[in-house]
Design a protein around this ligand. Structure first.
Ligand code: HEC
Ligand code: HEC
Length: 379
């Protein structure tokens, strides 16, 4: 039997189905305009895109006098204390909370202090060392200066949206997140994704690297894989959990940003929702997607090269002098932000990476680069 639907109902369904994505696309357009608008900072020099530059996988491509380890603020002098992460694939970060195994996971920033991306998008505007506007009302005022923004805001959130500053501010954040949810932030078109779809053949080296990464002779999978099965599409290459792997203090940054050498970044313990001192020094495991083009590395940008990051893990497994030396400085690796809570048990478990394995692992990590950023690999 055929089910007959009244043509008007069909028309209504069709219009609804068409208008939902169309509305989302327009909201993302508003979000994009806001993301690139330098007027939303105190001196009108800085936008989200200044630090999250789409040309470099939404990381900061400026040197800032610290080799890009941390970012300069809108005042042109303030330096942050954390490296600007790539925000590609950030839309897959779950809300801050407990995961299925009961572990603390998710949230935005290295310490998850923004519960989700909407909370996050509201914070840089008024951060004194970033966009530095005095308060949320000032952000809304700056948005109101632009007739195109005003029209788009009213269209999406209603004519009276500017009557309520809090509602308007939230609408601004939501628009930016709609932009962050577009496919340009998560195209899943890296060589690795293409390989999974049968569209690309890995080179011998890339394939050895892939096998090593998944072999579980190294311990990478403990923290950088959610699903321990191979050949799954759409994986983020992080559990989104928090770990203290003993990343050394970036002393150059601490001298230049004025915090001084005695300052400690407590990581997860900086999150107001956490007061358990055993969580100090843990940082959110970042995605490995686009990692080959988003150095410097770690929460403080202390390592310049991908090879150094991987060799760093050997220090927990090998005791010889070479593995206790940072190849970038020729000096010992240096003191962790928080020494007491380094997860030595997890880090000691696994084989050390040999130099041949290192180059294969790097070749594999390079296959996680979105197609648009592949030219950056040749530099
Ligand atoms: C001055 C440079 C700078 C500006 C401007 C800036 N950010 Fe960031 N962004 C950072 C840094 C540094 C971090 C990491 C900070 C931390 O962990 O405490 C970050 C973190 C993030 C994250 C979290 C990523 C993750 O993996 O948890 C998102 C999303 C983000 N920024 C989006 C934005 C948006 C949207 C704007 C504009 C409203 C913006 N940023 C403006 C430097 C910047
Ligand atoms: C105990 C958990 C753990 C294990 C095991 C682990 N990682 Fe990590 N990884 C992390 C955390 C946490 C960070 C971020 C640390 C920070 O910012 O201070 C990180 C950072 C990285 C980064 C830098 C990412 C960036 O954008 O800065 C790379 C690359 C990386 N890991 C690769 C690996 C590889 C390859 C292995 C195996 C040899 C491995 N990791 C094993 C937890 C782990």
């Amino acid at each position: 039997m055929h089910i007959r639907l009244c043509p008007f109902i069909l028309l209504a369904i069709a219009t609804f189905a068409l208008s939902v994505p169309a509305m989302a696309a327009e909201l993302a357009e508003l979000g994009e305009a806001l993301f690139f608008d330098t007027n939303l900072s105190a001196n009108r020099t800085q936008a989200c895109a200044t630090c999250h530059n789409p040309a470099t996988a939404f990381t900061d491509s400026r040197d800032g006098g610290v080799g890009g380890a941390v970012s300069l603020g809108d005042d042109g002098v303030s330096l942050g204390d954390r490296n600007t992460p790539s925000i590609t694939y950030a839309t897959f970060i779950p809300d801050f909370g407990r995961d299925n195994a009961g572990e603390i996971a998710g949230g935005a920033f290295y310490d998850g202090r923004a519960a989700n991306l909407v909370d996050q998008a509201g914070q840089p505007f008024t951060n004194p060392i970033e966009m530095a506007l005095p308060d949320n009302a000032a952000v809304v005022d700056r948005v109101r200066e632009n007739p195109a923004h005003v029209e788009a805001m009213k269209q999406h959130f209603g004519d009276s949206i500017f009557d309520d500053t809090d509602a308007a501010f939230r609408a601004i954040s939501e628009s930016i997140v709609a932009f962050e949810q577009t496919s340009q932030f998560a195209p899943f078109d890296s060589k690795y994704d293409r390989f999974l779809r049968g569209e690309y053949e890995l080179t011998v080296k890339e394939e050895i690297g892939r096998k090593l990464f998944y072999s579980q002779i190294f311990n990478c999978h403990v923290c950088h894989q959610i699903d321990h099965r191979e050949l799954i599409e759409g994986v983020p290459f992080t559990t989104h959990r928090y770990h203290n792997i003993g990343v050394p203090v970036n002393r150059e940054v601490r001298q230049k940003n004025g915090l001084g050498e005695s300052h400690r970044d407590l990581g997860l313990l900086e999150n107001p929702a956490i007061d358990d001192p055993s969580q100090a020094g843990k940082f959110k495991v970042p995605t490995l997607r686009n990692v080959a083009v988003t150095g410097p590395y770690m929460h403080n940008g202390v390592f310049k090269k991908l090879e150094t990051v991987i060799l760093f893990y050997n220090k927990f497994i090998l005791t010889n002098r070479e593995s206790q030396t940072n190849p970038e400085t020729g000096q010992p690796w240096g003191k962790p932000e928080v020494s007491e809570t380094v997860e030595v048990d997890l880090l000691e478990d696994g084989q050390p990476v040999s130099s041949l394995q290192l180059s294969a692992l790097v070749a594999f990590l390079e296959t996680l680069t979105d197609k648009r950023y592949e030219p950056l690999l040749d530099r």
